[in-house]
Design a protein around this ligand. Structure first.
Ligand SMILES: [Zn+2]
Length: 210
């Protein structure tokens, strides 16, 4: 096991998390990025693209990429916002069109979540689910929620992901968040993770422009 309280390894860890957490493979493009002025709260910007919109803190860096490499497409992609200073906070939205899923799947959000976890494992990121699924409603969609742990360099990084099907846009959507309050002490687990994730869900629209 690596030393857990080593400053350097914590910094290395954070860099690796930024690069590898979830499905962070591929080039970053600035395409389809439109920031609307006006509506977001002070200090926030709004992402609009691929039938999605959400607000994010301007201290966060936004990246858009394809699933499994290359640029994002209407059929599948990932947009994520991350911030790193004394801590690390990252959230992202992944979308996959119905046609983008393997045909053997029933097409439930649970199936889509299994599919995504299998992609994450194939990408070499170790992930384990943690506890039972829960659900809540967002914009008329039933969101299936799973907490998980990313295993990275001997550290355990907790996260939350929600999956749902948007009939209006014909896509499966996933919203995830990970949070490490203090990178020098990554063993101190976030107490705000669920609140952070819920805040992003509240700000997200998947089938109606604001
Ligand atoms: Zn929707």
């Amino acid at each position: 096991m690596e030393l857990r309280k080593n400053y350097t390894s914590a910094r290395l860890l954070s860099a690796r998390v930024l690069l590898s957490a979830i499905v962070l493979i591929g080039a970053v493009t600035g395409g389809n990025l439109l920031l609307h002025s006006g509506d977001p709260a002070l200090g926030y910007a709004r992402y609009v693209g691929y039938s999605l919109s959400f607000d994010y803190s301007q201290r966060m860096r936004l990246m858009e990429m394809g699933l499994g490499g290359g640029p994002a497409f209407e059929s599948a992609g990932n947009v994520q916002a991350s911030w790193q200073a004394e801590g690390l906070e990252q959230f992202g939205v992944i979308w996959v069109s119905q046609e983008g899923l393997p045909t053997y799947m029933d097409g439930t959000p649970e199936d889509a979540l299994d599919y995504l976890f299998s992609i994450i494992e194939m990408s070499g990121t170790q992930i384990s689910v943690d506890g039972a699924l829960s659900t809540r409603t967002h914009d008329g969609h039933e969101v299936v929620i799973q907490t998980f742990d990313l295993l990275e360099s001997g550290f355990v990084i907790p996260g939350i992901i929600g999956a749902w099907h948007c009939e209006e846009s014909g896509k499966f959507l996933f919203l995830y968040a990970i949070h490490i309050p203090d990178l020098d002490h990554p063993e101190n687990l976030s107490e705000e993770l669920e609140q952070i994730w819920q805040g992003h869900l509240d700000s997200l629209t998947c089938h109606a422009q604001r």
